[in-house]
Write a protein that binds this ligand. Structure first.
Ligand SMILES: [Zn+2]
Length: 230
């Protein structure tokens, strides 16, 4: 039986995930071992005999693999970081998606992915106009690079320069959500000459989403802005 374990992500039958870094040999016995890292908690590095890695174990009377291969490790791939996030466990909130030089991409997630509940097209469009208006007129206007909706209609990407602290980004987004919740009157940039689909707007739906997001951000802290490991 081959004990060759390929590097990548694995799920232990009890649910936690690990990254196999490489194989090694026990210097005393020449036994092949797997060197792997926990993808949770303190991300400790462990060693275990390769033979054990491929074993099956009993779970609720069923034989299951001790470790199930999930795929390549994201760091070894050219995928963009957010595609490597486990969308099965992503909750509503604000996350640091990636940092490029002095620009941070924030994932402002209004909806739980694949939950069947998405921002409606007219609502997300109105949020885009109001969110961009608010951020571009805020005290951080010089630091806001980009605001744009996600194609999956579960949230927005907001690019802000690193000089704005994470705590300040949370406060800024709270104020932006308040601004949208309270907004009355004509949606900015909504003229046919300024917008690519000026008839597809809903202030009511934008407000409903902003009110919901206000609740999510109420007790939000910078520590919560890290994607939870799988
Ligand atoms: Zn528009």
């Amino acid at each position: 039986m081959s004990n060759e374990i390929k590097p990548g992500r694995y799920r232990h039958f009890k649910g936690n995930e690990y990254e196999v870094l490489f194989m090694a040999k026990n210097s005393e016995t020449l036994e092949p071992v797997v060197v792997y890292r926990a993808l949770y908690g303190d991300r400790g590095v462990w060693v275990r005999p390769a033979a054990m890695w491929n074993e099956t174990v009993e779970l609720n009377g069923e034989k299951v693999k001790r470790f199930t291969y999930l795929g390549e490790t994201c760091s070894s791939m050219t995928k963009i970081a957010s595609f490597c996030v486990d969308h099965n466990t992503l909750k509503k909130g604000v996350y640091v998606s990636r940092t490029d030089g002095d620009v941070v991409t924030y994932d402002v997630r209004f909806k739980v992915p694949n939950s069947g509940d998405y921002l409606p097209n007219d609502g997300i469009h109105t949020i885009e106009h109001l969110l961009a208006t608010y951020l571009r007129n805020s005290v951080y206007s010089e630091s806001v690079i980009y605001v744009g909706p996600m194609g999956c209609r579960t949230g927005f990407y907001v690019l802000i320069k690193k000089d704005v602290s994470k705590a300040d980004v949370i406060e800024l987004l709270k104020k932006a959500m308040q601004f949208i919740s309270d907004f009355e009157g004509e949606i900015p940039g909504c003229d046919k000459s300024e917008c690519g689909n000026y008839l597809e707007h809903s202030l009511a739906k934008a407000k409903a989403a902003a009110v919901d997001m206000l609740g999510v951000l109420k007790n939000y802290t910078p520590e919560m802005m890290e994607y939870q490991s799988r």
